[in-house]
Write a protein that binds this ligand. Structure first.
Ligand SMILES: Cc1cc2nc3c(=O)[nH]c(=O)nc-3n(C[C@H](O)[C@H](O)[C@H](O)COP(=O)(O)OP(=O)(O)OC[C@H]3O[C@@H](n4cnc5c(N)ncnc54)[C@H](O)[C@@H]3O)c2cc1C
Length: 457
C-alpha cells in the first residue's frame, strides 16, 4: 500500500534547501536536511505580575502576533489560519525547528469554523482509531494553557450523550466498551444518575422522547475557542512563523507531480510544501493542486442565550433531538445542532434552525422556556462519508491535507497539528493518523464515526 504521507517525501524534502536564513542563528535538522532556527522572540509572559506591572506603567501590551511583508518563498505554506493551520505551524516550529513557515488566510485569523465553534471537547468516539486520536488531543489540551502561556479556559465538565430509544442505548453501550478498552473514562448511566448530574432535565417517562440512559464521559468539557486560536498564533509568531491575513490562495503550481508554489491575491510564493487546512473550502483548494477530495460542505448553525446564573455543569447532547447545550463561564447557554440539510457555502442563520432548536431544548429542559436567544450564527463544515478526517499526503508530492473536520474538528486541533507537523518534517506518517489517509476511500477502509460524531461534536 502506498504511504501517501511519505509519497515522494524524499523529493519534496528539498524544502529545507529553500530556507532563507531569516534571523538564522542556530542550525537544526529536520527530515534529514539542514534548516535554520531563528532565535525565538521573547514576548512578556502573561502572569499576574506582568498584569500588575503593565497596569502601573500604563504601557501597551505588545501585539500577540506581528504583521510582515509577504515573502517570495517559504519552506512550508499553510493555507488556512484556523486552529488546524495555526497548530500545525506552531508544532512545525516548536517540535521540529521548521520556522520559515507562512500561514495564509483569505479572511481573518479564526474567521472560519475555528471562530464559530461551540468548542466542545471529548474523546468518547466509536472506533478505536478515533478514540486514540481524540484522546491525544485531550491530553494536549490539558496542558495547552501552560505550553502556550495563554489562558485557553479549558473547563472539564463531563459530557452526557442521551439515549431516547433502544438502538441509541445499544450504540452508547458499544461506545462505552470501546472507550474503556482504550483507557478512556466513559460509562452508561441510567435516568436517576442523569437527573443527579443535570437536575433541570425532564426525565419523566411520559415525554415524547423519554430519556432511557446516557453515555457519561467525565473528561469532556468546553474551552474558549478564540483563546486557543490566538494562543497558537502568538506562540507560532514567537518562533518566527509569519501569519498573513487577507491573503487568498488563488492557485497552486504543480509541475512533474510536485508542488512548486502558490499564487495569491498579493503575489506568488515559491514553496515545495503546501498544507491545506481550509475545512469548508478544502475541496476548492485541493482542486487547485488537481486533487479531488470526498468532501461536501454543509453549513452548521449555533446560538447563544443571554447569561444566567450557572446551573448547568455538564455538556448535554441528544442525537435523536439534534441538539446539544452547554453553559459558558459567563452564564450564557450555547446551543448547537446537526448540519443544515443541504450542501451550501452560505453562512446565514435561519428561522427554521432557531424554531427547531427552541422546540427540542424545551422538550429536554422545560424550565428554559423563558430564556431569550441573544444571537445565532453559522459556519461551514467539511463532511466526509465516514465522519472521520482526512490527513496526510495526497499523491501530489509536497501537497498535504488536514481536512474533513465536519462538525467535530475543533477538539482535534492540537493532535492533528502535532501529527501533520511530524508528517511534514520527517516524511513519515505518524501511527496516530495512519488510519485517516485519503487512500482509505479507494481501498474501502472507512473509519465509521457517524454513531459518535453526527451531532455530538
Ligand atoms: C457552529 C459550529 C459549531 C461547532 N462546534 C464544534 C464543537 O463543539 N467541537 C468541535 O470539536 N468542533 C466543532 N465545530 C467544528 C470545528 O469548528 C471545525 O471543524 C474546525 O474549527 C475546523 O478548523 P480548521 O482550522 O480546519 O478550519 P477553519 O477554522 O474553518 O479555517 C479555515 C480557514 O481557511 C481560510 N481559507 C479558505 N479558503 C482559503 C483560500 N483560498 N486562501 C486562504 N485562506 C483560505 C478561511 O478563511 C478560514 O479561516 C463546529 C463548527 C461550527 C461551524
Amino acid at each position: 500500500m502506498q504511504d501517501l504521507c511519505c509519497a515522494g517525501a524524499g523529493e519534496h524534502a528539498h524544502w529545507a534547501a529553500a530556507a532563507t536564513g531569516r534571523n538564522a542563528v542556530e542550525p537544526a535538522r529536520a527530515n534529514g536536511r539542514r534548516t535554520t532556527r531563528p532565535a525565538p522572540r521573547r514576548p512578556p509572559r502573561y502572569s499576574a505580575l506582568a498584569l500588575v506591572r503593565h497596569g502601573l506603567s500604563g504601557k501597551e501590551w505588545p501585539r500577540a502576533w506581528r504583521d510582515h511583508p509577504l515573502g517570495t518563498s517559504y519552506d512550508v505554506v499553510i493555507v488556512g489560519a484556523g486552529v488546524h493551520g495555526l497548530a500545525a505551524a506552531y508544532y512545525l516550529a516548536a517540535n521540529h525547528g521548521i520556522t520559515n513557515v507562512a500561514v495564509l488566510d483569505k479572511s481573518y485569523l479564526g474567521g472560519g469554523g475555528s471562530g464559530r465553534s461551540t468548542a466542545i471537547l471529548r474523546s468518547n468516539y466509536l472506533t478505536p482509531e478515533g478514540v486514540r486520536f481524540y484522546d491525544r488531543s485531550m491530553e494536549l489540551y490539558r496542558t495547552l494553557a501552560a505550553d502556550l502561556d495563554y489562558n485557553v479556559m479549558f473547563s472539564r465538565r463531563g459530557h452526557l450523550t442521551l439515549a431516547h430509544n433502544d438502538s441509541s442505548l445499544r450504540t452508547m453501550r458499544w461506545r462505552a466498551e470501546v472507550n474503556k478498552l482504550q483507557g478512556v473514562d466513559s460509562e452508561l448511566i441510567g435516568p436517576a444518575e442523569i437527573k443527579r448530574l443535570v437536575p433541570y432535565l425532564d426525565i419523566s417517562p411520559d415525554t415524547r422522547y423519554p430519556i432511557l440512559g446516557a453515555l457519561y464521559h467525565p473528561p469532556g468539557g468546553i474551552i474558549r475557542h478564540d483563546a486557543v486560536n490566538w494562543g497558537y498564533a502568538r506562540a507560532a509568531d514567537v518562533y518566527g512563523v509569519q501569519i498573513h491575513q487577507g491573503t487568498e490562495v488563488t492557485g497552486i503550481d504543480v509541475a512533474d507531480g510536485r508542488v512548486r508554489g502558490v499564487r495569491t491575491n498579493r503575489g506568488d510564493i515559491a514553496t515545495p510544501v503546501v498544507l491545506n487546512c481550509t475545512a469548508g473550502w478544502s475541496t476548492l483548494v485541493a482542486a487547485m493542486a488537481g486533487v479531488r477530495l470526498p468532501i461536501q460542505t454543509f453549513p452548521l448553525q449555533a446560538a447563544v442565550t443571554e447569561p444566567v446564573r450557572p446551573f448547568l455543569h455538564s455538556v448535554v447532547v441528544s442525537g435523536t433531538l439534534h441538539v446539544y447545550v452547554s453553559q459558558t463561564d459567563r452564564g450564557e447557554l450555547v446551543f448547537g445542532a446537526s448540519v443544515d440539510p443541504f450542501a451550501s457555502y452560505s453562512t446565514r442563520g435561519s428561522l427554521e434552525f432557531a424554531e427547531g432548536l427552541a422546540t427540542h431544548v424545551i422538550e429536554l429542559m422545560p424550565a428554559l422556556s423563558k430564556m431569550r436567544l441573544l444571537r445565532q450564527w453559522s459556519g461551514l463544515c467539511d463532511m466526509t462519508p465516514d465522519f472521520s478526517p482526512i490527513m496526510g499526503g495526497t499523491g501530489v508530492d509536497g501537497f498535504y491535507v488536514d481536512v474533513g473536520w465536519g462538525t467535530y474538528g475543533f477538539k482535534a486541533g492540537p493532535v492533528s497539528g502535532e501529527a501533520m507537523a511530524e508528517c511534514i518534517a520527517t516524511g513519515r506518517t505518524p501511527e496516530i493518523i495512519a488510519s485517516f489517509g485519503l487512500d482509505r476511500f479507494g481501498e474501502g477502509r472507512l473509519v465509521g464515526e457517524k454513531g459518535a460524531a453526527a451531532v455530538g461534536h
